[in-house]
Write a protein that binds this ligand. Structure first.
Ligand SMILES: Cc1cc2nc3c(=O)[nH]c(=O)nc-3n(C[C@H](O)[C@H](O)[C@H](O)COP(=O)(O)OP(=O)(O)OC[C@H]3O[C@@H](n4cnc5c(N)ncnc54)[C@H](O)[C@@H]3O)c2cc1C
Length: 502
């Protein structure tokens, strides 16, 4: 008789869980993935994501290991495209106040390129590069004001998870949809785990045994009560950008097994999000609601006043913290105001004109104000004064450049806008109504670089791993775009390998 295969159970079929499952299969384990969402309603946060992965590499041509069709040529392409490990770490550290787990972040950064190469080769995930060459032959990010090294899954999050699900199934893993993990017990004196399960539809309860268990079930952002308890007053009013199934059940199971809580439990990733969205992620139209071009306009609240520095940093480093600021404004609402000359800088999501896009357009600022006031803007006079004061405060002596931190600022305002300030004076004028969209919560469990779950004495709990949003300590206060998927793949791949050989 041959040696019995190690049985690995993975809870959650997002990017992190599927990376873990694929890797565990690669290392010879028998793999079962439990996924709470029924297959026809499948939509993990990874599915709803933009599919953008932050990655470190030395020169543009290195990307040919990740991107099949790398064809660009242009001035300074290699210099522009290089993203050193030290820069990745520094960007991540800077936006999180250097509170991030130094070992895990270092591990994620230094393995980012190899892990994405693996995701491309083994996971069959097709990537594209978001670098373009402009009409002057200069290399830049396709998204103005973005910063860092990236590849993007072709077809965004849906393309990523569709490809990864196909490869995971083809590798021989058994993905069971509509099956939620609801309980966890240690088996055979710590030699394995028993997972209690319940079908999402019908509530049929069963059990499954595992030699090793990988929890990849996301954060608690979709649980209104838990979110409000941990993040604080007002968070019940945030819209959920992603999966309705990320209610923290997996985290609760881990904590109940003695896992150490780690990271910023009162913090989360939250963005400016169109008020036209539903209460949670929508498989048909999710990206329509993204509003990340704030650096090129101004944001005003329902008092008609500015309330943040729209140009504090590249959008890649401010978008994830400005949702919280909007949540604290009266009525949890704000309007992003632009004039016609910035239109070419908006991300694609701003172009939709359907009613859900909460887009308001007018030939003059007065008319724009008249259209916003019935939607909850308190004072037309204050709004017009805010725009006039802003226009008067723009430093006209500095040249506008959306691709660098241009220092084109206002002077004398509270708060000032410190980059990309241009007068709002060329009609038509636009207002996009936004509220707070929560992406994921930052609190999770403590793991080591092998994704082993640590207990309160920092000792590994045998045969127990956590990956993806379930990991704590990676993000504090803020977030560098594209880090979540990369961290999920690096640690997921590692967890799968170790669990298979545990
Ligand atoms: C709109 C949006 C855009 C984003 N864009 C990007 C981006 O471009 N780049 C980036 O890096 N990050 C992005 N993110 C964040 C990124 O999606 C997450 O960090 C990442 O997908 C988390 O992966 P995960 O596998 O941990 O969780 P998920 O992908 O959410 O997977 C968790 C899975 O676990 C399942 N589950 C939960 N509880 C249970 C249970 N008890 N039993 C069984 N199954 C369970 C859920 O149904 C879900 O399918 C975005 C997020 C959103 C919402």
């Amino acid at each position: 008789m041959g040696k019995r295969m190690t049985k690995v159970v993975v809870i959650g079929a997002g990017n992190a869980g599927l990376s873990a499952a694929l890797s565990a299969r690669e290392h010879g384990a028998d793999v079962v993935v439990l996924e709470a969402a029924p297959e026809d309603e499948y939509g993990s946060d990874s599915y709803f994501s933009g599919g953008l992965f932050r990655v470190s590499y030395e020169r543009y041509s290195d990307l040919s290991a990740l991107v099949d069709d790398l064809t660009l040529a242009g001035e300074g392409l290699d210099e522009f495209a290089s993203y050193a490990e030290a820069d990745f770490l520094d960007d991540w550290g800077r936006v999180t106040g250097y509170r991030l787990d130094p070992e895990i972040s270092d591990h994620v950064v230094s393995n980012s390129f190899e892990a994405l190469k693996w995701l491309h080769e083994k996971g069959k995930v097709p990537f594209v590069s978001p670098i373009i060459v402009d009409e002057n032959g200069r290399a830049r990010h396709s998204r103005p004001g973005w910063h860092g090294g990236f590849v993007e899954a072709s077809g965004a999050g849906a393309g990523l998870t569709d490809a990864l699900r196909r490869s995971t199934v083809a590798s021989g893993a058994d993905i069971r949809y509509g099956v939620e993990a609801i309980g966890l017990t240690r088996r055979d004196g710590g030699r394995g785990w028993t997972v209690a399960t319940r079908t999402t539809v019908g509530g049929v309860v069963a059990e499954i045994d595992a030699d090793a268990l990988i929890v990849a079930s996301g954060g608690f952002q979709a649980d209104t009560e838990w979110r409000t308890r941990d993040l604080g007053v007002g968070w019940d009013l945030a819209k959920v950008r992603g999966s309705v199934h990320n209610t923290g059940k997996g985290l609760r199971l881990l904590l109940d097994q003695g896992a150490k809580a780690a990271g910023n439990w009162s913090g989360c990733h939250a963005v400016a999000w169109s008020t036209g969205s539903g209460e949670a992620g929508r498989a048909d139209a999710n990206h329509v609601f993204e509003r990340e071009s704030h650096p090129f306009g101004i944001s005003v609240n329902s008092l008609g006043e500015r309330f943040l520095d729209e140009g504090e940093d590249f959008g890649a480093y401010t978008y994830a913290k400005y949702g919280k600021v909007i949540l604290t404004q009266p009525g949890q609402v704000a309007w992003q105001i632009f004039d016609e000359k910035t239109r070419s800088l908006w991300t694609d999501e701003y172009r939709y004109k359907n009613p859900e896009a909460a887009r308001i357009q007018a030939g003059s600022l007065e008319e724009l104000a008249d259209k916003i006031v019935p939607r909850g803007m308190g004072s037309k006079e204050t709004f017009l004064k805010t725009v006039a004061d802003y226009n008067a405060a723009v430093d006209s002596g500095i040249e506008f450049n959306p691709y660098i931190k241009d220092g084109k600022r206002t002077n004398g305002l509270v708060p000032d806008k410190t980059n990309w300030s241009q007068k709002i004076e060329d009609g038509p004028f636009y207002a996009f109504e936004v509220t707070c969209g929560i992406t994921f919560t930052f609190g999770g469990v403590k793991v080591d670089t092998g994704a082993r779950v640590l207990d309160r004495r920092d000792e590994a709990i045998p045969k127990l791993y956590a990956v993806g949003e379930a990991v704590g300590g990676l993000y504090y206060f803020n977030y560098a775009s594209g880090t979540g998927l990369t961290a999920g793949t690096v640690l997921g791949r590692e967890a799968g390998r170790l669990a298979a050989t545990a």
